[in-house]
Design a protein around this ligand. Sequence first.
Ligand code: SAH
Ligand code: SF4
Ligand code: F3S
Length: 437
Amino acid sequence: MKALYLKTYGCQMNVYDSARIADVLAPLGYVQTDTPEGADIAILNTCHIREKAAEKVYSELGKLKKLKQARMRAGAVMTIAVAGCVAQAEGAEILRRQDAVDLVVGPQSYHRLPEMIAKLARAGGQVLEADFPAEQKFDSLPAPTQTKVSAFLTVQEGCDKFCSFCVVPYTRGAEFSRPSMKIVEEARRLVDLGAREITLLGQNVNAYRHETTDLARLLRALAEIKDLKRLRYTTSHPRDMSDDLIDAHRDLDALMPYLHLPVQSGSDAVLDAMNRQHTADDYRRIVERVREARPDIALSSDFIVGFPGETDEDFEATLALVGEIGYAQAFSFKYSRRAGTPASAARKQVAETTKAQRLEALQALLDRQQKSFNRACEGRALPVLFEKPGRRDGQAVGRSPYLQAVHVDGAASLIGQIRQVRIAEAQSNSLKGELLP
Ligand code: SAH
Ligand code: SF4
Ligand code: F3S
């Protein structure tokens, strides 16, 4: 048996990928541990989306290097590997800057990890794999061997949209959709392993299309799987919010009333400069249609403040849009300049202090909306899918249909079940409730 330490940064796709990395290494005898001390291999699955995310990797590598040296003094080996989007974007630079790194593997090459590790054992040195290989990763990865109650399943990877701020089209490559048969097969397997909820993942999940199957059809097929109680999907792009997909929200009980639909900005000038290819009004109309189909749907979004050229008026338009839509939850970020993206070359960059002020104002508004959404659940009975024990003894934690964490006093035997819960109290980021008989 060998110890595998796997640390995951970034988005849910990286969480899914990390599970697959563990699956690929399990046959070689690697068992996951929670701490890097004593690890035979330490893998950082990294994110390149903002500068801060990428910087974290180098500081973590510094710590791992010390552990590796300590292990060497004790006569043992520790392999250090970097996976994920920083590996894809800066692979060669990582190897140059950090000589303790043995192995760099981009997101499309995880199926090659066993041969990379073998090569390292044979020849030593540093091994780099950051191509977009001809063979498909998904065809070569083993079936999942483990799952949580709420599982992720990647159905689409890559992006062809090239928003002018974003590194994803470069780190994940061109849009690619997996065959629907394979997806249904994997979903069945996850359910057999104990999953009761599946979140379909894609950088542009609603652009999913394989032959004649689009996301709406895929969801309809998955909704047929016995014991698969809940379906979700993320992340969607407004441009791919088709009528059929909106209808699926009306028709499918298993499809949860929650939609993460990033708008980024409420200003048409900024949206245009971002190359989002939709206006604020387009977004309003989509939300209106989704709400017609599923009146109780909870909305979520991503926002960027301080995009190059963003004026006070542009930012006011974002606040106005947020005020109109009303979000249950949202993520907001200061624009981060990413080398190689078109927006990074723009001359009119916004001052850091302005970005910080705007972020604070936007987050205050979004926070108020989240709190009032949560408070509106007080007194209601909601079906909760229990996922894990709570931090306190005798507590169980699950999720409402609207993705809120719900804490109850209850036994571990609740895990995997959906139970009605009377919401007693909205806390800042979660709900507290009592099980109904
Ligand atoms: N594929 C998804 C999400 C991509 S990354 C989508 O298209 O929506 C997640 C979020 O990070 C984005 O929605 C955006 O809000 C933010 N983001 C991406 N690049 C960024 C940058 N350069 N600076 C700040 N935030 C960024
Ligand atoms: Fe990035 Fe835009 Fe693609 Fe989303 S749609 S991954 S923000 S380029
Ligand atoms: Fe980050 Fe790559 Fe996901 S850059 S957000 S880990 S696709």
